[in-house]
Design a protein around this ligand. Structure first.
Ligand SMILES: Cc1cc2nc3c(=O)[nH]c(=O)nc-3n(C[C@H](O)[C@H](O)[C@H](O)COP(=O)(O)O)c2cc1C
Length: 294
C-alpha cells in the first residue's frame, strides 16, 4: 500500500510533533527511522490538518491540502478571558430588526467564520441555505402557521401524541409538548398578531443535511453557535429558530419553498439582520448545575 500523504524527508527535522498532535495516530517512525504516514491507517485521517499546521518546515503534506491554498498564518491571540466574556455577554437573541436587507458580502464574511469551527466526522455533509429576501421568507409563513396550528391538534390527540413520542423520541416530544404546544395553544404564533415566527428578519439561514449523515445534528448546532457569534461580531443580531426546521421536516411543501433536498433534514435555523434596539444590560443567569469529580 502506498501512502497518499507525504512527509518530505529533505525538509523533515524529525521533531515528531506531527506524530504527537495527530488525533488518530496515522503518522509514525518507519523501519528506516523516518517520520512517515502509516499506509494502513491513512483511511482514518480526519483531515484536521494539525500535522501540517504544527510543522515548522512545511515538510508534512496530506492529500487534501497544500500549504499555499489551505493554510493561513495565525495572528497572535489577543482575546483574554475578560474580552471573551464581554463579547459573549453582549450577544443577545435579537428579535427586532431594522427594515434593512443584509448585504451579501456581510453574509459571506459571517459564513467564512465557519471554517474555524470544530466538527465531528464529516464537516462537509452539513449544508447551508440562506433566504436573504424578506418577501420570500414571508411567503413561507402561512404554511408554518398551519404547522403550528396542527401541533395543537396533534398534542391534544392522545393517539397522535403517542405516535410522535414513539417516532421522534422523548426529547423532541417533550420540546413540542412543553415548549411549542403551550405557545401555539395561546395562539402566540398567529400571523394576525404579526410575524412572531421569524420576527420580521430580513435573512434566514438553515442548516440541513442528509438524514443519515454522520454527526450532522451536532455539527449543525456547533456551526449555528459559531455563526451567532460571528453575526454579533459584525454588529448584526440573530436568533436561533427551531420552528422553521421543525416545519420544514414535517411539510414537504415548506421544504420545497426553502429548496431543501427531499432526503435532507433541517437541523436549526438562524434569523438575522440589523438590530433595531441596543440592550443596556444583561441577565446574570444562575450557574449550571456542575458535578465535580476530583
Ligand atoms: C436550539 C435553540 C432553539 C431556539 N429556538 C428559538 C425559536 O424558535 N424562536 C425564538 O424566538 N428563539 C429561539 N431560541 C432562542 C432562545 O429563546 C434564547 O437563546 C434564550 O431565550 C436565551 O436568550 P439569549 O440568547 O438572548 O441569551 C432558540 C435557542 C436555541 C439554542
Amino acid at each position: 500500500m502506498k501512502a497518499k500523504n507525504i512527509v518530505d524527508q529533505k525538509k523533515c527535522e524529525k521533531c515528531k510533533l506531527c506524530i504527537e498532535v495527530c488525533p488518530v495516530n496515522i503518522i509514525g517512525v518507519d523501519e528506516n527511522g523516518l517520520v512517515n504516514f502509516i499506509p494502513e491507517r491513512e483511511k482514518i485521517c480526519l483531515e484536521c490538518g494539525q500535522c501540517m499546521a504544527v510543522c515548522s518546515t512545511d515538510a508534512v503534506k496530506i492529500a487534501k491540502y497544500t500549504y499555499e491554498d489551505n493554510f493561513i498564518k495565525l495572528p497572535i491571540n489577543s482575546v483574554d478571558y475578560q474580552k471573551y466574556i464581554d463579547f459573549v455577554a453582549t450577544r443577545r437573541s435579537v428579535r427586532n430588526f431594522k427594515n434593512k436587507p443584509v448585504e451579501k458580502e456581510i453574509v459571506e464574511k459571517i459564513l467564512a467564520s465557519l471554517n474555524f469551527a470544530p466538527y465531528g466526522a464529516e464537516p462537509d455533509k452539513v449544508e447551508i441555505t440562506i433566504m436573504n429576501n424578506r418577501d420570500k421568507i414571508e411567503s413561507t409563513l402561512p404554511l408554518v402557521e398551519k404547522f403550528l396550528d396542527n401541533i395543537v391538534k396533534w398534542v391534544d390527540n392522545p393517539i397522535i401524541s403517542r405516535i410522535i413520542k414513539h417516532k421522534k423520541g422523548i426529547e423532541t416530544f417533550n420540546t413540542i409538548k412543553n415548549h411549542l404546544y403551550p405557545m401555539a395553544k395561546l395562539e402566540n404564533y398567529k400571523l394576525k398578531y404579526g410575524d412572531r415566527i421569524t420576527r420580521g428578519a430580513p435573512a434566514l439561514l438553515i442548516f440541513h443535511a442528509d438524514k443519515g449523515a454522520e454527526e450532522h445534528t451536532n455539527n449543525g448546532l456547533i456551526y449555528a453557535t459559531y455563526l451567532m457569534l460571528a453575526i454579533h461580531s459584525m454588529g448584526l443580531g440573530g436568533t436561533m429558530n427551531e420552528i422553521i426546521p421543525a416545519a420544514i421536516n414535517k411539510d414537504k411543501e415548506i421544504k420545497q419553498m426553502f429548496n431543501i433536498p427531499e432526503q435532507h433534514e433541517a437541523i436549526i435555523s438562524i434569523m438575522f439582520g440589523y438590530p433595531k434596539y441596543k440592550y443596556k444590560k444583561t441577565v446574570k443567569r444562575e450557574a449550571k448545575k456542575t458535578n465535580w469529580i476530583e
